[in-house]
Design a protein around this ligand. Structure first.
Ligand code: IMP
Length: 451
């Protein structure tokens, strides 16, 4: 059986905690898209682990796979593995030989393109994480990418670098009009010999530690043997390159369909399993783009956003940027539930909303005299949407550990009403409720692996 975990909003919904919790019942945890732009915080017995590439399940000793749909910065991967080893863990991480490699020039190009867009009057900088994600996926689609398998073959690696690197240098110099002199710190990112030496050595370490796999074949065999597979989505539905708020998106597909494409496990197998959407009880967004329910209208709203940001620790795991805050937006959740076919949802950060004077939920949008129940397809139209709010009862702060232990009925009544309202609106049952950052601080109604 498979379980696919998907972000329902804009990333940062607290997927890591659920992946970690349910990952204990899985035999393999697979990331199917994205790279080290993700930031997963896993709190285990008071110890905090911040991971951006290693699948969260690795903290609990489950085999972690970076699927073919991922873009992998091997240096980040080794740093995270080495750090976990230093902290006494022994993560077992394998990388798909078909996955693409984020090269140093991809990161440089990510930065340059963002700067150029920021200077442009159109003001359409995306606010990327600067990890080279977009440029790597561009090269993948452009059939000039370097894959993990190429790192294992020094001759193939050189051939690919000799083709790609001069093009990248020309892009920087001739298109963006920038000079990269020999003493420029970015020079090594465009030096074929230096890149070859560094990445062939990375290939040797991957081979020595037997870290690479034929992902589709490996997962097929694990599945045939009756093993449970958990697919760990990164980012969220509304920054999906196809289904999100284009162009303010990441360059991959966080939605559930990509679990199949990005791992090589057939759609029927993925579709036969459970697909759980992870929801934050309010909204946060890091980076640019519309946020119709954003709390930024006046000083009171800004103070409320500050309060939620502090209580919820809403600062980017990867970049440290403060996240923008908004009320829960049901049109966004309806879109997410439809696109991924959620069988259940887990709602996190319910504790953060305790003690508010007022609690609002956006149930639809008004746009040009019409009422919409889902997100329009263009940024321009979404930006012009007026949220239609329903005001719900608030609840007082509660003891998270006691509630997690006692179960769902121990939640304040108004919190249960809020959750049931959400579930009804998107016609999807609640599987779990997050009431605090620790894995133990979760009220579980359904364990998808036991469904
Ligand atoms: P990129 O993925 O670095 O190219 O960034 C593209 C957009 O996705 C930017 O708005 C980022 O802030 C956003 N983004 C990327 N990864 C995450 C994530 O893990 N959580 C939330 N937002 C993300």
């Amino acid at each position: 059986m498979t379980l696919t975990i998907v972000g329902s909003q804009l990333g940062d919904e607290g997927k890591g905690a659920l992946v970690d919790r349910w990952g204990g019942d899985a035999d393999v945890v697979v990331r199917y898209q994205g790279g080290d732009n993700a930031g997963h915080t896993v709190v285990e017995g008071g110890a905090e682990y911040k991971l951006s590439l290693v699948p969260s399940g690795a903290v609990r000793g489950t085999v972690g796979i970076l699927g073919n749909g991922c873009v992998v910065n091997p240096k980040t991967l080794f740093t995270e593995i080495d750090d976990l080893r230093e902290r006494g863990l022994d993560p077992d991480v394998r990388v798909a030989r078909r996955a693409h490699v984020i090269m140093p020039y991809h990161r440089v190009l990510d930065g340059i393109e963002e700067e150029v867009k920021a200077d442009d009057d159109a003001g359409d900088a995306v606010g990327t994480t600067g990890r080279g994600i977009g440029p790597t996926y561009e090269d993948k689609a452009g059939r000039r990418g370097i894959r993990i398998a190429d790192l294992l073959d020094p001759d193939a690696l050189r051939e690919k670098l000799e083709y790609a690197v001069p093009q990248k240098r020309a892009l920087v110099e001739d298109v963006y009009g920038l000079e990269i002199g020999d003493d420029d710190e970015r020079a090594e990112a465009f030096d074929v010999d230096a890149l070859h030496e560094e990445f062939a050595a990375i290939g040797e370490r991957l081979a020595d530690e037997e870290m690479t796999v034929n992902c589709a074949d490996y997962l097929h065999r694990r599945s045939e043997a009756g093993d449970e597979i958990l697919f760990e989505g990164a980012q969220g539905t509304h920054i999906d390159v196809d289904h999100g708020n284009y162009p303010f998106v990441t360059s991959s597909n966080p939605t559930a369909g990509a679990a199949s494409v990005g791992s090589g496990v057939g759609v029927t197998t993925v579709g036969d399993g459970e697909v759980v959407g992870i929801v934050k009880a309010y909204l946060s967004r890091v980076g640019e783009g519309p946020l119709p329910t954003e709390l930024d209208g006046d000083a009171d709203e800004e103070a409320l956003a500050d309060d939620i940001r502090e209580k919820g620790g809403e600062f980017g795991t990867v970049t440290g940027r403060p996240r923008r805050i908004g009320w829960l937006d049901l049109p966004m959740l309806r879109h997410a539930a439809r696109v991924s076919g959620f069988t259940g949802v887990a709602v996190n950060h319910v504790d953060v909303l305790a003690g508010l004077d007022e609690l609002k939920v956006c149930t639809g949008y008004g746009l040009e005299g019409e009422e919409l129940d889902t997100v329009p397809t263009t940024t321009d139209r979404w930006e012009r949407c007026e949220p239609i709010y329903e005001t719900l009862d608030t609840w007082e702060p509660f003891d998270s550990s006691a509630v997690a232990e006692a179960g769902y009925d121990a939640l304040p009544e108004a919190a249960r009403d809020y959750l049931e309202f959400l579930a009804d609106e998107i016609d999807t049952p609640i599987y779990a409720v997050g009431v605090g950052p620790d894995r133990e601080e979760t009220v579980e109604l359904t364990n998808p692996f036991e469904e």
